[in-house]
Design a protein around this ligand. Structure first.
Ligand code: ZN
Length: 294
């Protein structure tokens, strides 16, 4: 699959005399393309989309050949959720069970926390293409994803963080809006700043509503912290849903299996092997697979 989108991007800024940094991302197209690839149902799309937003915002700090993988294992019916993003703005994601329909909550919202589950872990793995990738794992707080990401930064990185992520599902299960923002205190930021940000967070509109109003990431930054000495940085980063799988790559993965495993895998004349990250399927003939080991 090749998918090039142009609308999604992340914008960055500083506020409160550079004691606070903020990043806002619109990921609507990428999450919609994800939904189209997987045919995921709304609650799954919302959970996966929120994790994609987290991965996008967190890759803001990685460079070059690095890659970030977020994995949420909450014990809920969705199974594990995986989101990966690289320094070039490519994002891909899936959940183990994306085609389960969940009833809405009493308030009429998607029951993301329940579908994800809240007894488990969030793990964050930065792959620096070195022998020892950095990874950190924290217990889940709620399974709602956004809170869990904020908790990761507070507990694992000791950085006070506000993280918001929202996904709005529309007709035919399509994604109408997806995005989020990260606000972090820099060393030296005092309690007064924390209080101001917390107060502001209680009065702001949900992220999906801001996006539905047609606001850009810069305009959302203005809306959130415009009164607090906001300085928008001249650094934009584009994002897209992209999976680098290929027939050749899956064939190479098959090569690593033993002849016995291959034999069990291929009882039929033709076998379809699908990529988890984008649901693209590749057909291999029996003889082609058996030839791998000759
Ligand atoms: Zn793929």
């Amino acid at each position: 699959m090749k998918q090039v989108e142009k609308r999604d991007y992340l914008a960055k800024g500083m506020a409160f005399n550079d004691l606070v940094r903020i990043a806002v991302v619109d990921l609507t197209d990428a999450v919609d393309v994800m939904q189209q690839h997987h045919g995921s149902l709304p609650t799954a799309s919302a959970a996966i989309g929120r994790l994609m937003v987290a991965a996008a915002v967190m890759t803001d700090i990685i460079k070059d050949e690095q890659r970030l993988t977020l994995t949420v294992k909450g014990g809920g019916k969705l199974g594990a959720i995986h989101a990966q993003a690289d320094a070039y703005g490519n994002v891909r994601a899936y959940a183990d069970h994306m085609h389960i329909d969940f009833p809405l909550t009493e308030k009429g919202k998607l029951a993301v926390g329940e579908a994800v589950g809240s007894s488990g872990t969030l793990s964050v793995e930065f792959d620096y293409n070195l022998d020892s990738p950095y990874s950190g794992t924290v217990e889940l707080v709620s399974g709602e994803i956004a809170e869990d990401i904020a908790y990761y930064f507070a507990a694992s990185q000791q950085i006070p963080t506000v993280f918001a992520a929202g996904v709005l599902i529309g007709e035919a299960d399509r994604v109408y809006a997806a995005g989020g923002y990260l606000i972090q205190l820099m060393p030296g930021a005092g309690e007064d700043i924390i209080d101001k940000i917390e107060k502001r967070m209680q009065e702001v509109l949900p992220m999906t509503e801001l996006l539905r109003q047609g606001r850009t990431p810069e305009e959302i930054m203005e809306y959130l912290l415009g009164d607090e000495g906001l300085r928008i940085l001249d650094e934009k980063k584009e994002y897209r849903f992209f999976c680098n799988c290929s027939r050749e790559a899956l064939r190479a993965a098959l090569l690593s299996l033993s002849p016995e495993d291959l034999g069990e895998l291929v009882p039929d004349e033709e076998t379809e092997i699908c990529c988890s990250y984008c649901s693209t399927c590749y057909v291999f003939s029996r003889s082609e697979i058996m030839d791998l080991h000759q």
